[in-house]
Design a protein around this ligand. Structure first.
Ligand SMILES: NC(=O)c1ccc[n+]([C@@H]2O[C@H](COP(=O)([O-])OP(=O)(O)OC[C@H]3O[C@@H](n4cnc5c(N)ncnc54)[C@H](O)[C@@H]3O)[C@@H](O)[C@H]2O)c1
Length: 415
């Protein structure tokens, strides 16, 4: 292992002395490289595809040209930032110079990530913090022996455990990294407090808001948000309301977008894949069971805006058949919980948030911060709990549980 050129937690040295390597120059890697370079760090951008890193740097140049034209950045600052990003011409981890922090943002495949971290472990100094931007894999599966974490059985993996898992953690940025303030700092079972604290401080210096979470399926945002989509889909599948009316009701409760217009924007396939992943990783907990209704959309290729048709149909990027029934929305909201899109969704969001904290996976404050910054919700689950009251949420869940037994609507013990 090379000798450490810098003291522990070199990543808290002045930015110009703390180099960062970003592995994977796709959508997320390029954005993360931009964030780090704008904060003053020399950045090495690495990709397995020949010329992908150069292409990403060209993309950054185009982004900065636009920012300069809009007067948001000076030409001098733009050139200085771009000058700090160096595309690396090979994906051989042994050729990457010593850095203070590596952020891995390659394809979401456990075996690929496991292999990269094992190479990084021997290639980088012992003080280098090694972070993954994974959105769904367990840190423990990445660092551990095959079969040691919650997703190992699904993905397999043959390599041994890492020798120094204490410097490995998750830094889960949101898309697009330069604009999204939230970063989930993910604690693996073996992640060290020093590395976690240093990474959180660094992220804050970058103008982001870090929240802490254990390496639980979906982390905070992708887990707590599941019922926002799932309840709406169930209501429509049951014929209780149409998608445009459900969207209208939820916009009325302060959500920027309703669940159907939002999933059409994200892509029904992408949203379903996240749901399936959380469901499988929680041992097929009915709380996260994807709906046949959404699976059917995906089977039919109705993926959303990108295919011109999802829940709604689109012409020139606008939905053409998303007429809500305002009178129906008004009638449903405040009525029986089964057919009230707002009460049914909020009861489940509160239940998810409370249960996550009850299991010791994150703090209540971080859950509310994550949901407001990561998904643009008007409030977090704990703020809603304050407003609605635990008794009401419990009663609503009990009502739903009686209508739909099987565990989906079981209230958290902490309610
Ligand atoms: N896209 C999102 O909205 C989003 C949000 C948060 C987290 N993530 C996570 O970020 C990671 C990257 O996602 P993305 O959307 O940027 O993917 P992407 O497909 O746009 O980019 C991945 C890049 O990794 C490169 N790559 C693949 N194998 C490699 C290897 N062995 N060594 C070096 N480079 C390699 C590919 O050539 C590609 O350029 C994934 O883990 C994903 O789950 C994505």
């Amino acid at each position: 292992m090379p000798e450490s050129p810098t003291p522990p937690h070199a990543l808290l040295s002045p930015p110009d002395q703390a180099a960062v390597a970003v592995i994977g120059a796709g959508a997320m890697g390029a954005g993360i490289a931009q964030v780090a370079a704008q904060a003053g760090h020399p950045v090495i951008l690495v990709d397995a595809q020949p010329e992908a890193a150069e292409r990403a740097v060209a993309g950054l140049r185009a982004t900065f040209d636009k920012l300069v034209a809009k007067g948001k950045v000076t030409r001098e600052d733009a050139d200085a930032t771009l000058g700090r990003v160096t595309p690396h011409t090979t994906a051989d981890m042994m050729t990457i110079p010593a850095v203070a922090l590596v952020i891995e943002a390659v394809v979401e495949h456990l075996d690929v990530k496991r292999a990269i971290f094992r190479q990084l472990e021997s290639a980088q100094p012992s003080t280098t913090v090694l972070a993954t931007n994974t959105s769904s894999l367990s840190i423990d599966d990445i660092v551990g022996e095959a079969g040691s974490g919650h997703d190992a059985a699904l993905h397999g993996g043959t390599s041994p455990a890492m020798a120094h898992p204490e410097r490995v953690l998750g830094l889960h940025f949101f898309n697009p990294p330069p604009l999204m303030r939230l970063v989930e700092v993910i604690t693996g079972a073996a992640s060290g407090a020093d590395a976690l604290d240093a990474a959180s401080q660094l992220v804050r210096r970058w103008g982001k808001t870090p929240v802490r979470c254990t390496s639980t399926p979906g982390f905070i945002v992708n887990r707590v948000a599941r019922p926002f989509y799932g309840e709406a889909q169930r209501m429509v599948a049951e014929g209780l309301a149409d998608p445009a009316t459900v969207d209208l009701a939820l916009r009325g409760a302060g959500f920027r977008m309703g669940p159907f217009e939002l999933t059409d924007l994200i892509g029904q396939d992408v949203n379903l894949a996240v749901g399936e992943s959380v469901w499988r990783q929680t041992g097929e907990d009915p709380r996260y069971a994807p709906t046949d209704w959404q699976r059917e959309l995906v089977r039919e290729g109705r993926l959303g805006r990108k295919t011109g048709r999802g829940v709604f149909e689109y012409a020139d990027g606008r939905p053409v058949d998303a007429e809500p029934d305002a009178a129906l929305a008004e009638q449903l909201v405040g009525g029986p919980v089964q057919a009230d899109p707002v009460a049914r969704t909020l009861a489940m969001l509160v239940n998810e948030g409370v249960d996550l904290v009850h299991r010791g996976e994150a703090s209540a404050e971080d859950v509310d911060t994550a949901m407001t910054l990561g998904t643009n919700y008007p409030h977090g689950p704990f703020a809603w709990l304050e407003q609605i009251g635990a008794d009401t949420v419990r009663r609503q869940l009990a009502e739903l549980d009686e209508l739909y037994p099987g565990g989906r609507y079981r209230p958290s013990e902490a309610l």
